[in-house]
Design a protein around this ligand. Structure first.
Ligand code: ATP
Length: 823
C-alpha cells in the first residue's frame, strides 16, 4: 500500500503556535511513514493549487499536468537511524515564482511537499510561516471543486486544518461534500475512474488555532496563551509609566464576542476595571460604578489606574463602550491624566510561549494518529484539550457547537437586553465565571461585605522553599479576599525561622497592589521545616492567635504541613484549618498536575534555549548541553525538551548509563552527518541537574566534544536560578488567583465547622489540613495524610506523573525513529 499523503494548512486569523502545529504534523507524519505536504495561504492555496500561471500577455490559467518541481534527494534507505526522513520541496516553501515552459511564469506553487528539515526552527516563530488567508473562493462550490481537484491531482488523501471556527466549518463543509465533488470531477473527466476510486474518502482533521479562546469543546485554543502573554507584557510595561506619572490607562484588547482575553488580562495584570461583552457593568449608568471604584482606589493612595476594554464591550443597553469615551469619563469626572492604548495586532505577534509549543505539538501528533486511523466509517475529528488531556471530538459536533455558541452569544445579548445578567453568564463555563468573580474580589476595594465579627479570622500566610512565579499573586489575592471578608491577613517573612524571630506583618490592600506581576517571593522564603523547634512554632501560633494558615511552596511546604498535622495531637494551636498551595518550578508535588511557577519556568527555559540555539547555529555545528533545575523531578527538563525541540533529554527518573550515552552519541553523529552542507544547526541536549552523579553536565559536554570530531562541537550552559523566572506568566498568575480564592473559602468552611466545638478540647479533623491540587479540570483538596500514599518521600516527587510519555515523544520528534512511540 502506498504511503498516506497528508497536507496541512493554516487558515483564518493567524495565531502563535500554528507553526508548531505544522511542524508536529510534518514530523509525526514522516515518523509514521507518511508523505507530508504543506498548503500555503490556507484554503486559498488549496483552490489555487500548483498550476496557476501567467503568460506574456497577462493571461492566467492552469497548467496540466503540473510542472515537475525538483525534490531534494531522499535519505539513503540504508541509513538505519533516519531511514524514514525525507526532504521536501525545500526552498519553494518560501518562494512562489519560477519559470516554466512556454514563456509562462508560475504564479504560485501552493501545495508543496515538506520534509523534516523544511520545518526546522519553526517552533520559535510567531504567526504562520505557511501563510494564511481569508478565502472567498473556497466558500463557493466552484472553489471547493477546484480544491478537491488540486488535492486529488497531487494524490493527497488526508488534510489537517488549523484555524478558528470559520476554518473548521469550512473543513466540515468540504468533508461532507467530498463524495459529490469527486463524482462531479469524474463526470467532467477531470479525474480518472481510478483516481475517483482511490480518493473516494477524504480524511480530515481540525485543530483550533485562535487567539480568542472562543471554541466550544476545547479548553484552550492554540495561540490564546501567547496573545494573553503579549497583553500582560503591555500592561506590566504600562504599569510602571502609569505609576510614575500617576496616570490612568485605558487598554483596548481583542475580543469581539468573547471576553476571555480581557478577563484573563484584567485578572493577571491587576487591572482596576474591565469591560467584557458577556457581562456589562451592572450599575446604570456604568460611569458611576467605574468612577466610584477607581475613586476609592485613588483615595487610599493608588497612583495608577488600568482599565481594560474588550473591543466588543457594550453597556446593558448594548451601546458600545469605546476606549476613547472611557478615557473622557476618567479625565472629566476624576480629573485623571488618562491615555488610551489600543494593542491591536501586537496581540497576535511574537514568539509563542511554552504552552503554545507544547499544546500544538501534542495535538499535531494526535491529529496524525486520527488521520492514520480514519476510514469511511469513522467520523472526522477536531483535536482539542479537555481536562489536561488531548481529545478527539467529532468535527461535525464541534462545528455545530461553535454555531450554537454563536447563537448563545446572541442569547447573551438578548438576556442582557432584558437585564437578565445571571442568564447571560450561565452560557459561559464555570472557570470563566469563577475568574470573573475572582477579578471583582481582588480588584475592588469593598467596604460593605464584612463577615460577622465571630466568623472573622487571623490568617497567616507563609512562602516556603524556593521562589516560584505566582507566589506573590496568590498572596495578593488572599490578602484582598481577607480584607473584603473582614479577616486579618498576616504575612510571615522568611518561613518558620521568620516566625520564631517575630518577623511578621499585617498586610494591606495597597501594600500588595504591585505583587501580581512580581517574581520571586515578596515575603521571603525559607526551607527550614517546623520541626526545627515544633514547640516554639506552636507557641508562636498561639501568641499571634492564628485561626487559619496557608503555605505557598513546593515539597517543603507539603512536608511542613505533614509535620504540623502530626503535631496537632500535642499542640492545640495547630488545631486550625491549614492548607498548602503548591508553588514550585519543579512541579514535584504529588497529585497536582500544575504547581504555580512551572509555567513561568518553562517560558524562561524556552527563552534561554531559543537564544542558545541561535548562538549554537551561528557559531558552528554546536551541541549545547543545557542543565536545568528541578530536583529529582524531570518535569521541567521533559516539558522543556518538548517546548524547545531538544534532541535529547536526561531526567532523574530514567537516569543516564553508558549504553544510553553510546546510543546518543551515535544518533548525534548520524544526525549531523545528514545535515546539508553549510546548513547545520545548533542542537540542544537538556539535562536535569541530578540525572546522574557520575555523568555530569561537564562530563557529557566533554564527551560530546571528543566524539563529535569534525561533525560537531559542544558547549554547556547551566540555566540555574534563571529558571525561577522573572515576571510570572499570566497562566501562573490566573491559576494563583483561582487557587488562592478557593483556599480562602476552604479555610472559612473549616473554621466555621471548628468554631462550633469547645475550644479546649477542639481537635481539627484530618481533612482540615490539606493540599489543593489540580487534577484534570477539577480542583480537589487532598488531606495531607492521604497525600503521603502518592508521594515518593525519598526522591521528593509524586509516584506517578502524567507527563512521563513526553520524553519519548520529544526525542522521537528530534528524529529518532527507534524511539517512535508517537501513538
Ligand atoms: P478567526 O477565529 O481568527 O476569525 P476563522 O477560522 O474563524 O479564524 P474565518 O475567516 O471565519 O476565520 O474562516 C477562515 C476561512 O475558512 C474563510 O476565509 C473561508 O475560506 C473558510 N470558511 C469559513 N466558513 C466557511 C464555510 N461555511 N464554507 C466554506 N468555507 C468556509
Amino acid at each position: 500500500m502506498s504511503a498516506m499523503k497528508i497536507a496541512v494548512l493554516t487558515s483564518g486569523g493567524d495565531s502563535a503556535g500554528m507553526n508548531a502545529v505544522v511542524r508536529a504534523i510534518v514530523k509525526a507524519g514522516i515518523l509514521r511513514g507518511c508523505e507530508t505536504w504543506i498548503v500555503r495561504e490556507g484554503y486559498e492555496g488549496l483552490v489555487r493549487g500548483n498550476t496557476e500561471y501567467e503568460d506574456h500577455n497577462g493571461h492566467t490559467g492552469y497548467v496540466s499536468p503540473p510542472p515537475k518541481i525538483p525534490v531534494l534527494a531522499d535519505i539513503p534507505a540504508d541509513s538505519k537511524i533516519l531511514a524514514n526522513l525525507r526532504f521536501g520541496d525545500g526552498p519553494l516553501l518560501r518562494d512562489g515564482t519560477a519559470d516554466i515552459a512556454g514563456g509562462r511564469t508560475l504564479k504560485g506553487r501552493y501545495i508543496v511537499r515538506a520534509g523534516w528539515d523544511d520545518v526546522r526552527g519553526w517552533f520559535a516563530e510567531g504567526g504562520t510561516l505557511a501563510g494564511t488567508a481569508r478565502s472567498t473562493t473556497f466558500r463557493t462550490p466552484e472553489g471547493r471543486l477546484q480544491a478537491a481537484y488540486n488535492l486529488i491531482k497531487e494524490g493527497i488523501d488526508a488534510l489537517a486544518v488549523c484555524g478558528g471556527d470559520g476554518s473548521l466549518t469550512g473543513a466540515d463543509v468540504f468533508r461532507s461534500e467530498w463524495p459529490s465533488l469527486v463524482s462531479e470531477l469524474l463526470a467532467q473527466s477531470r479525474i480518472t475512474q481510478e483516481q475517483a476510486l482511490k480518493h473516494g474518502h477524504l480524511k480530515i482533521v481540525g485543530l483550533v488555532g485562535s487567539i480568542d479562546n472562543d471554541m466550544s469543546m476545547t479548553d484552550l485554543t492554540i495561540g490564546a496563551p501567547t496573545a494573553l502573554t503579549r497583553i500582560c507584557e503591555a500592561i506590566d510595561n504600562i504599569n510602571s509609566t502609569a505609576a510614575s506619572h500617576s496616570r490612568a490607562f485605558v487598554l483596548e484588547v481583542m475580543g469581539r464576542h468573547c471576553g476571555w482575553l480581557a478577563l484573563q488580562a484584567g485578572l493577571s495584570g491587576g487591572a482596576d476595571f474591565i469591560f467584557i461583552p458577556e457581562r456589562p457593568p451592572q450599575v446604570n449608568p456604568w460611569e458611576d460604578e467605574m468612577c466610584e471604584a477607581i475613586k476609592r482606589h485613588r483615595e487610599i493612595g493608588k497612583r495608577k489606574t488600568i482599565v481594560i476594554v474588550a473591543e466588543g464591550a457594550h453597556d446593558s443597553e448594548l451601546n458600545p463602550i469605546k476606549s476613547e469615551y472611557v478615557k473622557d469619563v476618567l479625565t472629566e469626572r476624576l480629573g485623571l491624566d488618562t491615555r488610551v492604548t489600543t494593542l491591536g495586532h501586537t496581540q497576535r505577534g511574537g514568539k509563542p510561549v511554552a504552552f503554545d509549543r507544547i499544546l500544538p505539538t501534542l495535538q499535531g501528533v494526535e491529529a496524525v494518529e486520527a488521520l492514520m486511523e480514519a476510514n469511511p466509517n469513522t467520523p472526522s475529528y477536531m483535536i482539542g484539550i479537555q481536562e489536561n488531556k488531548i481529545t478527539r471530538v467529532p468535527l461535525m459536533e464541534a462545528v455545530a457547537m461553535a454555531t450554537l455558541s454563536r447563537e448563545q452569544t446572541r442569547s447573551v445579548a438578548e438576556a442582557i437586553a432584558v437585564k437578565d445578567f445571571d442568564k447571560a453568564m450561565s452560557y459561559r463555563d464555570p472557570e470563566f465565571c469563577d475568574n470573573l468573580d475572582g477579578f471583582h474580589t481582588v480588584s475592588t476595594l469593598f467596604k460593605e461585605k464584612r463577615l460577622p465579627v465571630e466568623q472573622r479570622m487571623r490568617i497567616a500566610i507563609m512562602h516556603m522553599g524556593a521562589p516560584a512565579g505566582g507566589m506573590n499573586a496568590a498572596t495578593r489575592t488572599a490578602v484582598r479576599y481577607c480584607l473584603r471578608q473582614g479577616h486579618t491577613p498576616v504575612g510571615i517573612h522568611n518561613g518558620f525561622p521568620g516566625l520564631l524571630d517575630d518577623d511578621l506583618l499585617e498586610l494591606s490592600w495597597l501594600g500588595v497592589d504591585n505583587w501580581m506581576a512580581r517574581g520571586g517571593s515578596e515575603l521571603g522564603t525559607n526551607r527550614k521545616l517546623p520541626d526545627m523547634d515544633i514547640g516554639a512554632v506552636a507557641s508562636k501560633f498561639q501568641e499571634y492567635g492564628f485561626d487559619a494558615f496557608m503555605m505557598i511552596g513546593g515539597f517543603e511546604a507539603f512536608s511542613a504541613l505533614l509535620i504540623l498535622d502530626e503535631n496537632r495531637k500535642h499542640y492545640p494551636a495547630f488545631n486550625i484549618p491549614m492548607v498548602h498551595l503548591p508553588a514550585t518550578i519543579s512541579n514535584n508535588v504529588p497529585l497536582t498536575e500544575h504547581s504555580l511557577g512551572s509555567d513561568t519556568s518553562l517560558n524562561a527555559l524556552v527563552d534561554a534555549c531559543d537564544a542558545i540555539k541561535q548562538s549554537a547555529s551561528a557559531s558552528r555545528n554546536r551541541v549545547f548541553v543545557v542543565e536545568t533545575q528541578g530536583g529529582k523531578c524531570g518535569y521541567i527538563a521533559t516539558a522543556g525538551a518538548l517546548a524547545t525541540g531538544a534532541s535529547l533529554v536526561y531526567t532523574p527518573e530514567v537516569g543516564i548509563g553508558l549504553d544510553t550515552l553510546r546510543r546518543d552519541v551515535r544518533y548525534l553523529k548520524a544526525r549531523y552527518a545528514l545535515d546539508e552542507k553549510g546548513k547545520s544547526e545548533g542542537r540542544i541536549v537538556i539535562r536535569n541537574e541530578v540525572s546522574s552523579s557520575v555523568y555530569t553536565t561537564d562530563v557529557i559536554t566533554r564527551m560530546l566534544k571528543e566524539e563529535g570530531g569534525k561533525l560537531f562541537d559542544s558547549r554547556s550552559a547551566s540555566l540555574g536560578h534563571t529558571l525561577q523566572g522573572g515576571v510570572p506568566s499570566p497562566l501562573d498568575r490566573s491559576r494563583a488567583v483561582r487557587l488562592s480564592l478557593k483556599n480562602m473559602a476552604f479555610l472559612e468552611r473549616h473554621h466555621e465547622a471548628l468554631r462550633k466545638l469547645p475550644k479546649q478540647t477542639r481537635r481539627a479533623p484530618a481533612d482540615s489540613a490539606a493540599v489543593i491540587t489540580i487534577q484534570a479540570s477539577s480542583i480537589k483538596w487532598v488531606p495531607v495524610q492521604e497525600m503521603v500514599e502518592h508521594a515518593d518521600m525519598i526522591n521528593r516527587r509524586g509516584k506517578g506523573a502524567w507527563w512521563t510519555g513526553m520524553k519519548d515523544l520529544a526525542e522521537a520528534l528530534a528524529g529518532r525513529p527507534e524511539f517512535v512511540k508517537v501513538k
